[in-house]
Design a protein around this ligand. Structure first.
Ligand SMILES: Nc1ncnc2c1ncn2[C@@H]1O[C@H](COP(=O)(O)OP(=O)(O)O)[C@@H](O)[C@H]1O
Ligand SMILES: [Mg+2]
Length: 356
């Protein structure tokens, strides 16, 4: 039972490459924290710092009251699952799973028992005598997970564990992972560039960019209240509409529309407006004064089956807005009006990108 804490962690490889600049965060027992960000943003480096596989340039890693900076990776009692699985090819599945227990001189009878329990849980009991090369990708992935779970570590670290699986299997294993780790009651740090994994698995998400945490919040808050333009554009599919608009007085100008600005201390010259595609709908006969109406021509529609994504060129501008609408919804091909509640608009400072 322990809390994982990172304090002002920094890793500089060269003067130009500083993938972790200054990161402070806490993961409690039973919390599932996902580090989410684009490829190369420093997710794996941060995980390796926690595991002790990299030494920080500055800052500290703690489990409970213990500072781990001087503790070797092998003595940190953390289990790591790598994207590559990193199984020993010459060993059987059972030996791959039990290696860490043998190193810790756990009694053989207990090892057998623990391997059996975890293999049952992951549905790989029938594979215990096999070598990794005779397993499918999904089976190898399970063995890598079993090897982590069998250790009963203080902290679980997982680096893109699903990215080598095909889409269908990934969806299945994602659900299993969620159930598996809900019962572990240990801090879990999970790295992914996949926003669906981050949204579905996590109790908290840390969105990373430029070596810094851009936002640390539960997934629902990341989605409904993105802290800045980067988070707004990175999380959500289809992507949030983001338009840079001129401000005049207390309104922003979008084509012929004048959109009332939220209360601001100072009105900037330019402002970014964010609208989620699913917040828009095709206008019926009734429009309330709580809604923004945007007119234009639909020049593209893409049928996803469950819904249709329509792209509208805003009347009087070059801006494009995409809306997700029900598949049976019709629209006038010459001129369509989309509506969105004012309460669903997101505003960002065009210069800093910060949420206003
Ligand atoms: N050992 C290293 N030496 C120098 N640069 C490194 C090293 N490890 C990673 N990097 C660089 O640090 C940056 C972040 O890498 P990484 O943490 O692997 O990103 P991510 O996991 O988010 O894709 C990349 O630019 C990468 O090239
Ligand atoms: Mg990585």
């Amino acid at each position: 039972m322990a809390t994982l804490t990172l304090k002002e962690l920094r890793k500089q490889f060269t003067p130009e490459v500083v993938p972790v600049k200054n990161i402070t965060l806490t993961v409690e027992d039973g919390e599932f924290l996902t580090l989410l960000g684009p490829s190369g943003c420093g997710k794996s480096t941060l995980l390796r710092l926690i595991a002790g596989l990299e030494q920080p340039t500055a800052g500290t890693v703690w489990v409970g009251e213990q500072n781990l900076n001087a503790v070797n990776p092998g003595d940190r009692n953390m289990a790591m699952v790598f994207q590559s699985y990193a199984l020993y090819p010459h060993m059987t599945v059972a030996d791959n799973i039990s290696t860490s227990l043998k190193l810790r001189q756990v009694p053989p009878a207990e090892i057998t028992q623990r391997v059996r329990t975890v293999a049952d849980k992951l549905d790989i009991s029938h594979l215990l005598g096999r070598k990794p090369r005779s397993l499918s990708g999904g089976q190898r992935q399970r063995v890598a997970l079993a090897r982590a779970l069998v250790r009963k570590p203080d902290v679980f670290l997982l680096d893109e564990p699903l990215s080598n699986l095909d889409a269908l299997l990934r969806e299945q294993v994602r659900g299993e992972l969620k159930q598996l780790f809900e019962s572990q009651n240990r801090p879990v740090v999970y790295v992914t560039h996949d926003q669906i994994e981050a949204m579905t698995l996590s109790s908290k998400v840390a969105v990373l960019l430029d070596g810094l945490v851009q936002q640390l919040d539960p997934p629902s808050r990341i989605y409904t209240h993105p802290a800045n333009k980067f988070v707004a554009g990175f999380v959500g599919s289809p992507q949030m509409n983001l338009l840079t608009l001129d401000c005049q007085g207390k309104v922003a100008k979008l084509g012929h529309c004048e959109i009332p600005l939220p209360p601001l201390a100072q009105v900037p010259k330019l402002i970014d407006l964010g609208i989620r595609p699913e917040a828009l709908s095709v206008k019926g006969s009734e429009v309330s004064d709580q809604e923004l109406v945007i007119g234009g021509k639909v020049f593209l529609s893409e049928n996803f089956g469950r819904e249709t994504l329509v792209s509208l060129r805003v009347e009087g501008s070059q801006d494009v807005i995409r809306a997700l609408i029900p598949p049976d919804q019709t629209w006038n091909p010459e001129y369509t009006k989309l509506v969105v509640p004012f309460s669903s608009l997101h505003w960002f400072d065009a210069e800093t990108g910060d949420r206003l």
